[in-house]
Design a protein around this ligand. Structure first.
Ligand code: KIV
Ligand code: NA
Length: 268
């Protein structure tokens, strides 16, 4: 078996070429994406995309581990990063280590992601210095929906710019191998990207970042509950699926499916 890309090798891509990433939650999708990306994120967005939850707050560590195992089975070359879900790391750096260690031990993946800025820097340092590579996540942080009130982009006034700048610097200094920057304006993304030691991975954060990530179900046009401005549909799979299912239903009702070629024959 080929060796996987490591978090360190992803960090080293900064200044070399843009880093390519997508989310994956299942074995068959991981298999399709693996040849084309540097890392796959098992994001807690799976709560909304796969389970129909309104926010990511209800996602559990057990859900993340089950889907992380599935993605590991479907991939061989990309680096696999798994989200620490809400409530599994905010309490203390020790709780964060315990949760992250479970993820690494039970899935075999090589890194975790956690949301947070300056308040999480001590936790990131604690994990990294004890053998757990961390992908940071600053800017728009979906796990904070209940305090920040929603999915508004950040960095539109001086106070917000100062905060995201401080957050990104703190997580960089704490030793993250890369930082997801979500939902901010181009000048802010550019400034952070040029200032930081580690690469920035943008989602709704302009082309100025060192790499890009999207939710696969968004860019494939499968999950169409809403389409944020930053999503581009590289395919329209939802209508293709609807059409296929409609055809199937019609053929079953007309008894044109299954045909003779789909039917076991008695040997005589
Ligand atoms: O959960 C997720 O999918 C994410 C990415 C969109 C960055 O955190
Ligand atoms: Na996430």
């Amino acid at each position: 078996t080929k060796r996987r890309l490591s978090p360190a090798s992803i960090e080293a891509l900064k200044g070399d070429r843009p880093i390519v990433s997508l989310t994956a939650y299942t074995t068959p999708i991981a298999r399709l994406l693996d040849p084309h990306v540097d890392f796959l994120l098992v994001g807690d967005s799976l709560g909304m995309v796969l389970y129909g939850l309104d926010t990511t707050v209800g996602v559990t560590l057990d859900m993340m581990i089950a889907h992380g195992q599935a993605v590991m089975r479907g991939s061989e070359r990309s680096c696999i990063v798994i989200d620490l879900p809400f409530g599994s790391y905010q309490e203390s750096k020790e709780q964060a280590f315990r949760s992250a260690a479970r993820i690494l031990k039970e899935t075999g993946c090589s890194a975790v992601k956690l949301e947070g800025g300056a308040e999480m820097a001590e936790t990131v340092d604690f994990l990294v210095s004890r053998g757990i590579p961390v992908l940071g996540h600053v800017g728009l942080m979906p796990q904070l929906v209940n305090t920040t009130g929603g999915y508004r982009s950040v960095g539109r006034n001086e106070k917000e710019v100062a905060k995201i700048r401080r957050d990104a610097k703190a997580i960089d200094d704490a030793g993250a191998f890369a930082i997801v920057v979500e939902g901010t304006v181009e000048p802010v993304a550019r400034e952070i990207t040029t200032t930081l030691r580690c690469p920035t991975i943008g989602i709704g954060a302009s082309p100025a970042c060192d790499g890009q990530i999207l939710v696969s179900d968004d860019m494939l046009g499968i999950f169409n509950d809403f389409k944020p401005r930053f999503v581009k549909h590289f395919a329209e799979l939802a209508p293709a699926i609807s059409k296929a299912v409609e055809d199937y239903a019609n053929e079953v009702k007309a008894r044109t499916f299954p045909g003779i070629e789909h039917t076991f024959q008695v040997k005589r």
